[in-house]
Design a protein around this ligand. Structure first.
Ligand code: AMP
Length: 285
């Protein structure tokens, strides 16, 4: 597996791979790789040549968020990525991506005002700016994004379509721990009792799904089913629980077509997110 740290070098190398006829699949990450990331790498490697990136992007962290503490485990990440089938890793130092004078940002309107955009102003602008730069350097045929960060996947897909990049955005299912907690680098911030409480996100989603199975269609009823479960955990502080339309992320007052139930909950030092596709009873999913 090749490790490349310079933007000029990755641009040249990606050109060479394309000249050699390789079909390029790109997996952008912030490192601290777990099975969620590795599922993306495995799929990209099965579809063609897999390039993964590791870059903790300062632009997507707000003031007071966890940029400084974000886990950095580069040597382990390289070993895990290689074992999962990555052919190369791009791991640039911060000043190579944002040199002095860097002044450009990419912003997707509307989709970024809702859900996590409300409580993390500027977060998605940071994400789209770095992903756009990484896409420009690598020009991948496909890029893989986990549905764990469902809003992020929708925002990137919008950006890619709007700007005519020609990269196919491949959404990938959420990988969970055996007890249902969605895998996340931020789970390591949790102490033992917080880790136990954190299962309330998935338990809440499943309670909402059960409510739908029992005939609930009003967003209020469906989200209440999730809220009740989460609110039983004293360590849990709900940021939002919302039923949205899967493409526009606008509120869906009635589940009369497929929806996405999205939530964000603070558990101790960690702000965790999760989501689940919901379909009205009797509708094809
Ligand atoms: P991150 O390193 O957190 O920026 O994540 C990099 C990519 O891995 C993003 O596309 C995430 O959505 C994806 N990812 C993170 N956790 C999971 C998970 N539990 N299941 C599936 N994909 C994930």
């Amino acid at each position: 597996m090749t490790i490349i740290d310079h933007p000029d070098a990755i641009r040249e190398q990606c050109r060479a791979w394309r000249r050699d006829g390789l079909s390029l699949g790109f997996v952008p990450t912030m490192g601290n790789l777990h099975e969620g990331h590795l599922s993306l790498i495995r799929r990209a490697a099965a579809d063609g040549f897999c390039l993964a990136s590791i870059f903790v992007n300062p632009l997507q962290f707000g003031a007071g968020e966890d940029f400084a503490n974000y886990p950095r485990t580069f040597a382990d990440d390289c070993a895990a990525a290689e074992a999962a089938g990555a052919g190369a890793i791009f791991a640039p130092a911060e000043p190579l991506i944002y040199p002095p004078g860097f002044a450009t940002s990419v912003e997707v309107a509307g989709l970024t005002d809702v859900l996590c955009g409300r409580s993390r102003p500027g977060h998605f602008r940071g994400v789209t700016t770095v992903v756009m730069k990484l896409f420009c350097l690598t020009l991948p045929d496909r890029a893989y994004f986990g549905e764990k960060d469902y809003q992020q996947m929708v925002v990137i897909r919008r950006m890619t379509e709007d700007l005519g990049l020609g990269t196919e955005i491949v959404p990938m299912p959420i990988v969970r721990e055996p007890d249902g907690l969605a895998m996340s680098s931020r789970n390591r911030y949790l102490g033992a009792s917080e880790r136990a409480a954190a299962t309330c996100l998935y338990r809440g989603l499943r309670a909402a799904e059960r409510a739908v199975g029992e005939g609930a269609t009003a967003s209020e009823t469906i989200t209440a089913a999730a809220r009740i479960v989460i609110a039983r955990e004293p360590a849990a502080d709900i940021d939002y629980v919302e039923l949205v339309e899967p493409e526009t992320l606008q509120s869906l007052p009635v589940l009369d077509r497929p929806g996405r139930l999205c939530l964000a909950v603070r558990i101790g030092p960690a702000r965790l997110i999760d989501n689940l596709a919901l379909t009205p009873p009797g509708a094809a999913s």
